[in-house]
Design a protein around this ligand. Structure first.
Ligand code: GCB
Length: 637
């Protein structure tokens, strides 16, 4: 395929534009007495800009008319990635601008309200128009963006929303990547280029999550921040409400409502403290009881001359503390019985899929998992809702994966990374399931340049949220890593017996034990193994085991488990298998149709290792609960 530069298109569109949403609230859209919502999911018109420059859509102003009048369009489901929807290899591997549009109506009743258009995420750069007028741009693939669009709407009649989305990864995006132009015309057509990625997952593109319109009164609840504490038999709920719009609010009522609907505390201020007597604390999931986590609701009623805006925010009362050898949830030691995940599945790519979310949470509980990491980007808010409701702890990770090249540590990248952390903390700060922020996965933290970079990113994240520990995930060692000094909990990815000494499971305990003990001596911080795993082709056997067989995966995990057992109670506070399920990657000689380190196939069927992990986690019980459990044997299935 002949393709010409696409980066020019990106630069033209984004030059001089203030990006991001850090300055305002990003509450999840929820209906209430004062808020209506309209879902814009469904089949949109879609057109990839196949022009050599990828810039034809901007040159010809495709946003000025219905997309179908600019050229051929195809139906494209929203939410979904566009990559695996058609039979076209060119679209699966497409890099550049794709265009979507659809028509919608808004009722005349909405004229007197504030109307907000929200994209829960689109990958990666987005430009949005309503009725041919640009309303917003956003830089980043996994976080929401929204804008007030009243002044662009035609009430009681048809409207059109158009979005151009560009999936190109550059040295300054998160994740970073680069584009190489192939100039040898004896081997490549003129203008040929390839997208290089620095991460081990497929760079799915498109509108990945819901698109919605919602209304609020003109003076509205813009943001809410809750932090909680526990004092003897009281739950302490610190709250802060930000209002937006005009005229200003005349009064506010803030109420804590329990599960039965009783108001158990209230205040008449925009910020302050509400105490809850004998609170139900939010605890991680326990196999012994299998009860959902306890969520209260903070009901905020903001009164102004434009009406009363009501927003209900679910939250949990719980604390997180880190000592030099433990993570404490509600002052009880927490051990992360975890897995690391990805968000993709067949056909939809990274598109939001409620069936998949439900299946994955059922599988997490079937496995006895109480914790996962959002490797390697922020997950959908509907996934985070389930974690809150079902009591699964989350290490909430930014898309800072593959920060390898010197340019990825530049000031432009640093500023963007800080902006992304601001957006992530803003979105997820009130979630009880989130117990730690991870700013990055496996950066080249052995480079001298990484020290200042991570001091800034981690320091910035701490300044946004002082109630949770901050980390990044390292594949370096205690001698090579320049940035572990800044983290609260050491998170290590380890592949002894896989990427080194392949086949030699007998070395795992010795090598990992030496490595962890030395790290402990140097840093005196708790340690989580955030990845360990072996690629396994389902149905492939070998006895004695060889790499890629199901037997090898089981043996490999068991050797790690023996070493973990020797370190639990000393400084090891968690383990996470890589990976919960197989997932798609770029094509590569180490990947046979994707990464196969899953306990489950991509279709969510268990490999034997899933049963190994399940027996282990169920036997471990869960030490962090109102009544710490004694180990019990399977209660599910
Ligand atoms: C890692 C990365 C992860 C990869 C994994 C692997 O260390 O963090 O993104 O998928 O290794 O399987 O190679």
């Amino acid at each position: 395929m002949s393709r010409r530069p696409i980066m020019a298109g990106v630069a033209v569109c984004f030059m001089g534009v203030v990006l991001g949403v850090a300055g305002k609230g990003m509450l999840y859209p929820r209906e209430s007495e004062s808020r209506n919502m309209k879902n814009l999911d469904g089949m949109w018109n879609f057109r990839a800009d196949a022009s050599p420059s990828r810039n034809q859509g901007f040159d010809q102003q495709w946003y000025k008319s219905p997309l179908s009048q600019t050229g051929p369009v195809i139906p494209m489901p929203v939410p979904s990635s566009f990559n695996d929807i058609t039979q076209e290899k060119a679209l699966r591997d497409y890099v550049g601008w794709v265009w979507y549009d659809r028509e919608f109506f808004v009722s005349t009743d909405w004229r007197k309200h504030r109307v907000v258009l929200r994209f829960d995420s689109a990958h990666y750069y987005s430009v949005v128009w309503v009725n041919s007028q640009e309303v917003m741009q956003h830089d980043g693939g996994h976080l929401p963006f929204e804008e007030d669009i009243n002044s662009f709407l035609t009430f009681g009649s048809s409207n059109r929303v158009t979005i151009a989305v560009n999936n190109t990864l550059t040295p300054h995006t998160l994740p970073p990547g680069s584009v190489t132009y192939k100039t040898d015309t004896t081997r490549y057509p003129a203008g040929y280029f390839v997208q290089n990625v620095q991460m081990d997952f497929f760079n799915y593109g498109g509108i990945h999550r819901h698109v919605r319109l919602y209304t609020t009164p003109n003076t509205y609840v813009d943001d809410i921040t809750i932090t909680t504490d526990i004092a003897v038999s009281k739950g302490v709920v610190n709250f802060n409400v930000d209002s937006g719009g005009s005229p200003g609010a005349t009064s506010v009522k803030v109420e804590v409502v329990d599960k039965a609907g009783n108001v158990v505390g209230s205040a008449d201020r925009m910020s302050g403290v509400i105490t809850v007597t004998n609170p139900h604390l939010w605890y991680p999931y326990t196999m012994t009881t299998d009860t959902p986590a306890y969520l209260y609701v903070l009901k905020v009623s903001l009164v102004s001359s434009t009406g009363t805006d009501i927003y209900r925010l679910p939250f949990g009362i719980r604390t997180v503390h880190v000592t030099d050898s433990q993570i404490l949830i509600n002052n009880k030691p927490f051990y992360c019985q975890g897995v690391a995940k990805h968000e993709d599945s067949d056909i939809r790519g990274k598109g939001l899929d409620y069936a998949l979310i439900a299946k994955d949470f059922n599988l997490l509980k079937w496995l006895g998992v109480n914790c996962f990491r959002t490797s390697h980007y922020p997950y959908a808010e509907e996934i985070m809702d389930q974690a809150d409701q079902q009591g699964i702890m989350v290490i909430d990770e930014s898309p800072g994966v593959g920060i390898d090249e010197d340019e990825n540590f530049s000031n432009i990248s640093l500023l963007h990374h800080m902006e992304v952390m601001s957006e992530l903390v803003k979105r997820d700060k009130n979630r009880p399931s989130v117990f730690m922020w991870s700013v990055a996965n496996e950066p080249r933290s052995d480079k001298a340049i990484s020290e200042a970079y991570f001091r800034s990113v981690i320091g910035h994240t701490r300044s946004l949220d002082h109630t949770r520990p901050v980390t990044f995930v390292s594949d370096q060692t205690h001698t090579s890593d320049k940035a572990l000094q800044f983290v609260d909990v050491i998170c290590y990815n380890r592949y002894d017996g896989w990427y080194s000494d392949l086949g030699h499971t007998e070395l795992i305990q010795l090598q990992l034990g030496t490595d962890l003990d030395a790290t402990r001596v140097k840093y005196r911080k708790p340690i989580i193994i955030t990845e360990y795993g072996a690629d396994t082709i389902p149905g492939l056997h070998g006895d004695p085991s060889v790499s890629f067989t199901e037997e090898y995966q089981v043996e490999f995990l068991e050797e790690y488990h023996k070493l973990f057992d020797a370190k639990i109670g000393k400084y090891l506070v968690g383990e996470m298998v890589w990976n919960f399920a197989d997932f798609m990657t770029v094509q590569g000689l180490q990947r046979v149709v994707g990464n196969k380190k899953g306990l489950l196939t991509r279709q969510r069927q268990p490999k034997p290792a899933a049963f190994t992990l399940r027996s282990r986690y169920l036997a471990m019980g869960n030490i962090t609960s109102p009544t710490p459990s004694v180990p019990v044997l399977p209660v599910i299935g």
